[in-house]
Design a protein around this ligand. Structure first.
Ligand code: F6P
Length: 373
């Protein structure tokens, strides 16, 4: 009887329980395997905190948000324990040996793919699945969690429309997505935003203000500006690059300290950029602006049917991979087909929005501003 371990790592996302259920049920029913869950991602793997994933444990979890296993952002090779950082890889290898684990299934985003590759290279048999609301994992059409978050963000934008319209205001709505603009672009388009700002396209606050003013001149005294949390202005980009270049050029400690302070300030300002953008827009357009940060609401709650389907399909395929001794792969969808992709082709790569993506072209066709002329 093969024994497989399952863990969820990184930020939680809708569809994780559907995937755990599919991996487990398929492994047990189709292949007669034993399934063990590790609590709280790689930390639970290092600390040997396990839970038996039998039929009873896997029952009734399909529609539940989050992850029944718990999650963390810990890395196997850099794990904080107390005030020290340890390489937990040898302990993890020992734990897996004691449990007679034949394979480890890691459900996660970009960081998890990297950590999984590390464990594969250390000698474990690893298979992964791509989950994240950010949709930024390379080599897969889509990640589970994205569709649910897209629905939540779109509904929020729908609701913001009526209040923006009633008060003749600009609503600047910040959407998650880390350094990829998929969620902002998708929700912005689906929700009928007037401006969409993405990390892939550094914006000019003046151009955003002009887009809003143009709408006002055309008779629409309200605007919805969707900002991806990773978006930044051209001004910031230039300032940051200048400081980085200056840092390389000098060895003078006073000058270096001054540059470092400038870099820190640039980072701080970047973090509060949504509020700053709203202020800039108020000043430039003479319209009132309000900020809504959607935050973790986008990650919570029940998974959409599309995410349940994707997670279930991929999860079932994982059990087949393990049965065939096919390891070192992420189970992905490419052109709608379920395929194994070598982990070293995925780890360390981020799928951002290509500038010629059809959604970008659609924005341009509809006259939706992307924050540049
Ligand atoms: O990766 C998913 C995500 O929700 C990102 O969109 C966001 O930047 C990040 O996680 C937030 O992380 P945390 O929940 O640790 O604050």
């Amino acid at each position: 009887m093969k024994v497989i371990g399952v863990l969820t790592a990184g930020g939680d996302s809708p569809g994780l329980n559907a995937a755990i259920r599919a991996v487990g049920k398929s492994a047990i029913r189709q292949h007669g395997m034993r399934v063990i869950g590790f609590k709280d991602g790689f930390r639970g793997l290092a600390q040997n905190r396990t839970v038996e994933l039998d039929e009873a444990a896997l029952s009734g979890i399909l529609t539940i948000g989050g992850t029944i296993l718990g999650t963390s952002r810990d890395k196997p090779n850099k794990m904080a324990i107390g005030d020290q950082v340890w390489d937990a890889t040898p302990v993890i290898m020992e734990n897996c040996k004691l449990l007679h684990l034949d394979a480890l299934v890691c459900l996660g985003g970009g960081g998890t793919q990297k950590n999984a590759l590390h464990l594969q290279q250390a000698g474990l048999n690893v298979v992964t699945l791509p989950k994240t609301i950010d949709n930024d994992v390379a080599e897969t059409d889509v990640t589970f969690g994205f569709d649910t978050a897209l629905g939540i963000a779109t509904e929020a934008i729908d609701r913001l429309h009526s209040t923006a319209h009633s008060h003749h205001r600009i609503i600047v709505v910040e959407v998650m997505g880390h350094n990829a603009g998929w969620l902002a672009l998708g929700a912005g388009l689906a929700g009928g935003a007037d401006v969409i700002l993405l990390p892939e396209i550094p914006y000019s606050a003046d151009d955003v203000a002009e887009a809003v003013s143009q709408r006002r001149r055309g008779g629409a005294a309200f605007s919805i500006v969707v900002v991806s949390e990773g978006a930044y202005s051209r001004y910031h980009l230039e300032r940051y690059n200048e400081l980085k270049a200056a840092k390389k050029e000098t060895e003078d400690p006073d000058k270096l300290a001054e540059i470092e302070a400038g870099l820190q300030q640039a980072l701080r300002l970047r973090r509060s950029r949504t509020n700053r953008l709203a202020e800039q827009l108020e000043i430039a357009t003479h319209l009132e602006a309000r900020v809504t940060v959607l935050g973790h609401v986008q990650r919570g709650g029940i998974p959409s049917p599309a995410d349940r389907l994707l997670a279930t399909r991929l999860g079932a395929a994982v059990a087949d991979m393990v049965a065939d001794d096919q390891y070192g792969v992420m189970v992905a969808t490419q052109s709608g087909q379920v395929v194994p992709v070598p982990l070293d082709e995925v780890a360390g790569r981020r799928k951002t929005v290509p500038l010629d993506h059809p959604w970008i072209n659609t924005c341009r066709n509809l006259g939706i501003s992307l924050g540049i002329d």
